[in-house]
Design a protein around this ligand. Structure first.
Ligand SMILES: N[C@@H](CCC(=O)N[C@@H](CS)C(=O)NCC(=O)O)C(=O)O
Length: 226
C-alpha cells in the first residue's frame, strides 16, 4: 500500500478518461487507478471531483478535474516521447475536437436524445472535421511522423465516432484517418490503457497503473490492407 501515489479516478470506456490514461502512461508516472461506475459514483470520488466527472486526478496538494489538464500535468512531469512538442495549432485542433466535433459525435451517437437534429447532418459535421484532419495526417500523425498531445487528446473521440457505425466509417473515412485510427487501436499503448477493472470500493487493494507505452513512428507503421 503506497499512500503517496496520485489517484486517478477513471472509467474504462470514457474517451476523456482514455486520453488522461494515455498521457499518464506515456509519462511513466505511477498512479493508483480507481474504476468509477458513473451510475453509482463512489463517495471518495464525489468528495474530490467538483464536476463529478471522470477523469479526476487527486494529488497530495491539488485536484485536477479536466482530462486535458491531467494530460498536460503528466507530461510536464515527464515527456519521454515529446508529446508536448507540437505547434500551437494542436491546441486549436483539440478545442475543435472537444467543441463542435464532440457535439456532432453526441448527436450522431445519441440521436434519439436530439430529435430536433437530423442525425445525417450531425454525422456529416463530424466527418467534415475528420476530412480536415485527413490532409494533415500524411506522415502518419497530426504533426509529422510521431504522435503528439493533440493526436492522443483527439483519437479516443474519433474511435467513439467510428464505432457508431464502423462499416459506414470505413467506407467514408479517408485513408490517412483510417490508418491513424487503426494504428492507434492496434497499438500496445491502447491495449495498455484499457485494463478491465472491477468497480472500485473504498478499502480495495490498490491497483497500480504504471506502464511504458510505445506508439509506432510512421516508418514502423504497417498500412492496413482493408
Ligand atoms: N470536461 C471533462 C468532461 C469529462 C466527462 O464528461 N466525463 C463523462 C464520462 S465520459 C462523465 O464523467 N460524465 C458524468 C456522468 O455521466 O455522470 C473532462 O475533460 O475531463
Amino acid at each position: 500500500m503506497r499512500s503517496d501515489l496520485p489517484v486517478l479516478y477513471s472509467f474504462r470506456r470514457c474517451p476523456y478518461a482514455m486520453r488522461a490514461r494515455l498521457a499518464v502512461a506515456a509519462s511513466g508516472v505511477p498512479v493508483e487507478l480507481r474504476e468509477i461506475v458513473l451510475r453509482d459514483k463512489a463517495a471518495a470520488f464525489l468528495a474530490v471531483s467538483e464536476s463529478a466527472t471522470v477523469p479526476c486526478l487527486e494529488l497530495p496538494d491539488q485536484v485536477i478535474d479536466e482530462s486535458f489538464d491531467i494530460m498536460v500535468w503528466a507530461l510536464a512531469q515527464n515527456d519521454p516521447d515529446g508529446w508536448l512538442q507540437m505547434p500551437d495549432t494542436g491546441h486549436t485542433l483539440v478545442a475543435e475536437a472537444d467543441g463542435p466535433f464532440k457535439t456532432a459525435l453526441d448527436r450522431t451517437k445519441y440521436h434519439s436524445r436530439h430529435p430536433d437534429r437530423d442525425p445525417g447532418e450531425s454525422r456529416a459535421d463530424g466527418m467534415a472535421f475528420l476530412n480536415k484532419l485527413e490532409d494533415q495526417l500524411g506522415e502518419g500523425w497530426l504533426f509529422g511522423g510521431k504522435p503528439s498531445l493533440a493526436d492522443m487528446a483527439i483519437l479516443p473521440f474519433v474511435r467513439q465516432f467510428a464505432f457508431v457505425d464502423k462499416a459506414r466509417f470505413d467506407a467514408d473515412a479517408g485513408p490517412n484517418v483510417t490508418r491513424w485510427l487503426d494504428v492507434f487501436l492496434n497499438s500496445t499503448a491502447f491495449a495498455a490503457i484499457m485494463p478491465k477493472l472491477p468497480k472500485w470500493h473504498d478499502g480495495d487493494t490498490q491497483t497500480l497503473f504504471e506502464t511504458e507505452i510505445i506508439l509506432p513512428a510512421e516508418s514502423e507503421q504497417t498500412t492496413p490492407t482493408t
